[in-house]
Design a protein around this ligand. Structure first.
Ligand code: HEM
Length: 538
């Protein structure tokens, strides 16, 4: 018997099959029948009713009727580009991932996005930005599905539907589209105080980037790296833009929202087409893989915490350049499907409870969004290495699988055993010790500090950045209808910093509350946090 193959028929891996979609000089039906006229439906006489038998009319209208697919439940608004990643080789000591070996070049596709707005919303709103990168490595696809903010709102993925329900437009009026200026958002973040850190980043200029080209990117979670010798290390991923980090002013963001809602995607495409290829350096912070998974007292499984670069410098491991705009937005930017569990040998997950829930969520949502389980066959999602799986059939199946025995081992399709020696290059789940513990629905005590890193971030800001943060809180909270919510958020600010709290309270015309917790005293050396670091030139 012939060995099974899953390469879709007629479709080479690699570049999107755009060139193949239309062939020949003549307009045809979907069945390839040449058309004489696509402008007039078939009628019983020039003034008569349209005939049901007009297949071309029905095919054309029916296809049009089904052009739209559901937008992403979050990160619906995005733009993307193709490029290449080149490794420096500096990560070889900590990971065996082949694409990180010195000089290796790997094709990439990146999608930048806002989180909350719908597909047609404006680019320049105050929001977190997605920064998702698909590395088409020869050992399988690696997706680094990150954001431009290094921390997240919640510590456990089970709250993700809740924080998104709170951040999305109110269910009754469906406003506001994509801003933090509403009661449910502030209700959530003042009740779930772990969200205060991400919220302050959102009130800072980081949430109104000047360009995708001037955004940092963060993997947020701690990942586990494995080297050739099987040794493990914990690591956080960082993208550093070659152009440095730059933001809009709030006034610019507001004006652009009206004058050019496509500002960021236009900037990305214009820059690439002009040959000003955007560049980022990929870097990692590396931590010893200790049993308690903490570093300098910071719990590495808590996604609401950073590790200041003063404590663990970001080490450059490669460079990404975006060189090509999409040929077809739908085929590439809409249909691309990222997943934090798409990992090559050498990069593994940790028990971060936010990451653990993400590992379930993305595939699940994409089965709905992309109409079934076969979306890995869509050109932009196809791995650029041999695929030999036992997945069969399903909606939108494009592959013609040969063979009769999609199971292993078998004695029919030439046996089709696993190739001897494959284990060496296979993804191996790190045999991490799992605690002997009772099942619980609880966070570790080390997740309990919700304020000290928010204060660290605030103290790291320059006077003008602080002024922007104060104005952002005042503006956004000023849009709330419920006074009790504003007061509760002011209480959170009181626990972060008295000046910040006083200024915002004054702006809102509300009393200044006293802190309910002692103010954290972050080490001054740590107070620079992530901000404004640039790589030395090569
Ligand atoms: C989409 C990042 C947390 C569920 C995305 C996208 C990014 C992203 C960048 C857009 C992907 C694209 O461009 O197609 C993050 C980050 C998180 C986080 C950095 C936390 C550190 C979560 C959690 C869940 C989740 C906790 C659920 C438990 C989703 C879903 C989508 C999505 C359902 C839509 C995917 C699609 O339709 O293709 N996320 N996310 N995310 N995220 Fe997350």
């Amino acid at each position: 018997g012939a060995p099974a193959t899953v390469t879709p028929t007629g479709a080479e891996t690699g570049a999107p099959a755009a060139a193949k979609a239309q062939q020949g000089a003549h307009l045809t039906t979907a069945q390839g029948v040449r058309l004489r006229d696509t402008d007039h439906s078939l009628k019983a006489g020039e003034r008569g009713p349209t005939l049901l038998q007009d297949h071309h009319l029905r095919e054309k209208i029916t296809h049009f009727d089904h052009e739209r697919i559901p937008e992403r439940v979050v990160h619906a608004r995005g733009a993307g580009a193709h490029g290449v990643f080149e490794a420096y080789g500096t990560a070889e000591t900590v990971t065996k991932a082949g694409f990180l070996k010195k000089g290796r070049k790997t094709d990439v596709f990146v999608r930048f996005s806002t989180v909350l707005g719908s597909r047609g919303s404006a680019d320049t709103v105050r929001d977190t930005r997605g920064f998702a990168t698909k590395f088409y490595t020869d050992e399988g696809t690696f997706d680094l599905v990150g954001n431009n903010i290094p921390v997240f709102f919640i510590q456990d993925g089970i709250k993700f539907p809740d924080v998104i329900h709170a951040g999305k437009p109110h269910p009754d009026r469906e406003i506001p589209q994509a801003q933090s200026a509403h009661d449910t958002f502030w209700d959530f973040v003042s009740l779930h105080t772990e969200a205060q850190h991400h919220t302050m980043w959102n009130m800072s200029d980081r949430a109104i980037p000047r360009s995708f080209r001037t955004m940092e990117g963060f993997g947020v979670h701690t990942f586990r790296l494995v080297n050739e010798a099987g040794e493990t290390a914990l690591a956080k991923f960082h993208w550093k833009p070659k152009l440095g980090v730059h933001s809009l002013t709030w006034e610019e963001a507001q004006m652009l929202g009206g004058m050019d809602p496509d500002f960021h995607r236009r900037d990305l495409y214009d820059a690439i087409e002009a040959g000003a290829f955007p560049e980022w350096e990929l870097g990692i912070q590396v931590f010893p893989d200790t049993p308690d998974e903490t570093f300098e007292g910071i719990d590495l499984l808590d996604p609401t915490k950073i590790v200041p670069e003063e404590l663990a410098p970001v080490q450059a491991i490669g460079r990404m350049t975006l060189t090509r705009t999409p040929t077809n937005f739908f085929a590439e930017v809409e249909q691309v499907a990222f997943h934090p569990g798409h990992l090559p040998p050498g990069i593994d997950v940790t028990n971060d409870p936010l990451l653990q829930a993400r590992l379930f969520s993305y595939l699940d949502t994409q089965i709905t969004r992309l109409g079934g389980p076969n979306f890995a066959q869509i050109p932009v999602n196809r791995p650029r290495c041999p695929v030999n799986d036992m997945l069969r059939d399903g909606f939108h199946q494009h592959a013609v699988h040969a063979g009769v025995a999609p199971y292993r081992p078998n004695s029919l399709d030439g046996g089709n055993p696993f190739v001897a020696g494959d284990a060496e290059n296979a993804f191996t789940d790190t045999p991490v010790q799992v605690a002997q513990a009772r099942k619980v629905r609880a966070n570790p005590a080390s997740f309990g500090d919700h304020y000290s890193q928010v204060r660290l971030f605030w103290l790291s800001m320059s006077p003008v950045e602080k002024e922007h943060i104060i104005r952002a809180y005042t503006f956004e909270l000023g849009k709330c209808y419920e006074q009790a919510i504003k007061e509760r958020q002011l209480q959170c600010l009181a626990n972060i910093d008295p000046v910040l709290c006083r200024e915002v309270a004054t702006g809102l015309g509300l009393p200044v509350p006293e802190p309910t917790l002692p103010l954290a005293d972050p080490a001054p050396s740590a107070a620079l946090s992530q901000v404004g670091k640039e790589w030395p030139a090569d």
